[in-house]
Design a binder for this molecule. Sequence first.
Ligand code: FAD
Ligand code: DHB
Length: 394
Amino acid sequence: MSSQRSRVVVVGAGPSGLLLSHLLAAQGVDSVVVEARSQAYVAARVRAGILEHSTVEVLREAGLDARLRAEGAEHRGIHLHWPGERHHLDFVDLVGRSVWAYGQTEVQKDLVAAAQARGQEVHYEAADVALHDLETDHPHVTFTDAAGVARRVDADVVVGCDGAFGPSRAAVPDAVRTTWERTYPFAWLGIMADVAPSTEELIYAWHPDGFAMHSLRSPSVSRFYLQVPAGTDVATWSDDRIWDALAERLGHGHDGWVLTPGPITDRSVLPMRSFVQTPMRHGRLFLVGDAAHTVPPTGAKGLNLAVADVGLLAPALVALLTRGDARAADTYSERALRRVWRCTHFSWWMTSMLHTGEDPFDRQLQLSQLRWVTGSTAGAAGLAENYAGLPLEL
Ligand code: FAD
Ligand code: DHB
């Protein structure tokens, strides 16, 4: 067994793991990152597309926003659509904050480039990753590296940035942790298409057949989602069926608006779930991002919430490890969870407002809610404040 020591072991090299190691390194705190997948696999995963105001601020302060500013697109707001109606909510007018369209794949590439530039130790393709002695002052992580070498890293702190399926969440004993969960009877069919977006800003659409969304990645790449029943086999959706459903639900023809189809380059079905595990700290283990919570994607909070957790935890760990000041680390879980529950509510609320089922009463409530958030400045500002992102500390 090859043994080494680091101040921090970060489990998972997704956006939260690499961002945390970046922010720690900037303050002189070394870390070792351990990731189950290959670097190429992690960088290619198609996921989130919208960065809220505070995420952009965290990336700016970290010096990671150059390509985001050059290649991302700043959006003032979103469109809400339902049959016969389309309304634009201008977040800048409503709450003074914008959002940026910049894919998680691009954020990941920027984080990988920064990690390489500073010589960050990242073990990709690590097998049998296990966390040990988290309740003592000598936690450590063991794994088998890509070359088959058994390794052990001792640290002061272990941070679980390993998403919904990693080992960190379950490393908190059952007697200590509490979980909350909501499953939804629908999923999203997501596609990427090589076609110029048919809209400048996102369209979220309510339709009796189900929710649809038009998002984008670049001037030549569009992203779309369709509500489908949970458990849908992606093979049952042909290209024609997808484009017909998108045209119908997104309002092709409404006031002359045209949806332009194009070649589909990626398609997958995304299950939807709300999940929170508390506390987000146990002994020397801290949980960050999807390792502690999952939100349904409506409202684009998953990645933003992960970055917000890192924005709170990084300075707390720096204070703990460089000055012996445990106050911020001791309150991390409580402070992070205030925002986690706000975003959990917002994601559930957006999901509930926009996804249709069979109940005619529910549909009338949804349409009434949509008329309120588009027709009342107070209603619109509530959506805008949550969508464009609240301050890191609530
Ligand atoms: P992750 O990105 O999940 O990273 C965790 C990392 O840990 C991964 O690289 C994983 O390989 C690694 N890992 C797992 N197990 C181990 C192990 N045993 N040992 C070591 N490493 C391990 N959010 C939105 O806002 N909008 C969207 O459209 C959207 N789409 C999504 C689509 C999918 C399919 C998924 C899964 C999520 C989506 N999300 C979306 C959510 C968003 O992508 C996540 O909230 C975000 O990636 C969280 O970042 P993270 O770093 O906490 O976790
Ligand atoms: C995207 C995903 C979301 O969940 C959302 O609310 C907005 C945009 C996207 O992938 O572009």
